[in-house]
Design a protein around this ligand. Structure first.
Ligand code: AMP
Ligand code: MG
Length: 424
């Protein structure tokens, strides 16, 4: 059985068929840049006022003081949207508004609250520093410089930045076609309606994995539910590979050691395709029976992540293996779940020698972040995952983490949840 770290190393080396495409920036939310964005203009493109006030030449007001106020007439009014380049003459000032272009020769804006308006002009009693309240041309970025690095996952702020620097199209990674297969005779697709009989359960994995992909900005394809027979499992895999043309496959269930766990057998002998499996088990909990490998087709290689069927284990496999793998392949600098330091709010115990990802909930108490278990950690209990805002990696060789211990935990995407154990 591989350690978690060994498994991660194997996964990082799996090849992925990725292509790029050029799309409008306003359609690129969540997409990952495949190339650096180079600023097409200075930011700002022209010097402009940061305040509503008056623009001056510093030399004209340098000697202004309470005892020696200086009065300068207003020669012009410049508002935002004005496209005329004004020039400020000596011993004059202009009325200027936020976002309006600074006239040539002006090097100071004084906000209107700090001047006195008289019939003879604007009274100045103190000269501020040069460039006061002026957003200077090119101060944020200059044309030709890298504005955003490849591997950046675009969001509202980065999209706003790109647009402001005259970038209207970006080169991003095309969404890999992610295919999801569920396996199990007991599964019933909730989208088809009806009700359950004894022995049946709702097939939740495909849907909750699709939601998890959506949260990381990826679409995915439902590749159906395979029955627990070799024929059905093979047929579903082949359909996904040859007909649905997936670039990466995620399956759930059927990778354990039961008589009806046939995913191994189907992958070991998949008609028309060579399959290379890296491993079948990892020393982790939940999610020990997990098979990772590569399917070779004539025109590409497809990584396969065969995750366990328990919904908790499948989702854990997504967070620990699939998500970081995909983001890493796209060059995202921090592909893992983000981590923070917390203090344990209770004792945590475990048996066995597997790395365990404990579902926890984080509370803020007196400037400290305190971690509590979300309850029963069985891999059959989705409720303790549903309540979790973070995951505590409990090291393989430890059996007790005492209350008060400082630990690094992984944050889940949704931090705003009710406190742990509200159910009990
Ligand atoms: P398996 O890994 O196939 O042995 O499945 C482990 C457990 O997960 C069993 O109790 C299955 O009924 C359940 N399970 C498997 N696939 C799904 C699914 N798609 N949705 C919900 N539960 C599942
Ligand atoms: Mg099964």
């Amino acid at each position: 059985m591989l350690s978690f770290t060994e498994a991660k190393a194997h996964i990082a080396n799996l090849p992925l068929f990725l292509q790029v495409e050029t799309i409008p920036v306003w359609q690129a939310n969540g997409r990952v840049l495949a190339e650096n964005i180079i600023a097409a203009q200075d930011l700002p493109a022209w010097s402009n006022s940061a305040m509503d006030g008056y623009a001056f030449q510093r030399n004209d007001i340098i000697n202004a003081s309470e005892e020696n106020p200086i009065v300068l007439p207003v020669s012009n009014i410049i508002q935002a949207g004005s496209t005329t380049q004004h020039t400020l003459k000596p011993n004059q000032c202009v009325r200027i508004f936020t976002g309006a272009p600074i006239p040539e020769n002006a090097d100071i804006v004084i906000m209107q609250e700090n001047v006195t308006v008289t019939p003879n002009g604007i009274v100045i009693r103190k000269c501020p520093k040069q460039w006061n309240n002026i957003r200077q041309m090119g101060e944020e970025c200059t044309a030709g410089k890298v504005l955003l690095k490849k591997g950046t996952q675009l969001d509202s702020a980065t999209i706003g930045l790109a647009l402001s620097a005259s970038i209207h199209h970006v080169v991003v990674w095309k969404h890999p076609k992610v295919g999801i297969i569920s396996t199990g005779d007991e599964l019933k697709d909730p989208r088809k309606g009806g009700s359950l009989t004894v022995g049946q359960i709702w097939a939740t994995n495909t849907i909750n994995l699709q939601m998890a992909f959506q949260t990381m900005g990826l679409d995915s394809i439902d590749c159906g539910i395979a029955q627990d027979t070799l024929d059905s499992t093979r047929a579903t895999l082949l359909h996904a590979i040859d007909e649905q043309n997936v670039d990466i496959l995620v399956s759930t269930g059927g990778v354990s050691v039961g008589d009806f766990d046939v995913v191994h057998k189907a992958l070991a002998d998949l008609p028309g395709h060579r399959v290379e499996m890296n491993f079948w088990k990892v020393k982790m909990k939940p999610g020990k029976p997990v098979a990772i490998g590569t399917i070779f087709t004539p025109n590409k290689t497809i990584p396969i992540f065969a995750l366990p069927g328990n919904p908790v284990s499948a989702l854990m496999g997504f967070y620990q293996f699939v998500r970081p793998y995909l983001l890493g392949k796209m060059g995202v600098p921090n592909p893992e779940l983000s981590t923070i330091e917390v203090t344990l709010g209770e004792d945590f115990q475990k048996r066995g020698n597997r790395l365990e990802f404990v579902r926890i909930w984080l509370d803020r108490q007196q400037d400290m972040t305190i971690a509590f278990s979300t309850g029963h950690q069985s891999s059959a209990w989705m409720s303790s995952f549903a309540d979790a805002t973070a995951l505590l990696p409990f090291p393989a060789d430890k059996h007790l983490l005492k209350k008060g211990t400082q630990c690094t935990v992984q944050c889940l995407p949704n931090l705003g949840k009710w406190p742990a154990k509200w159910r009990t």
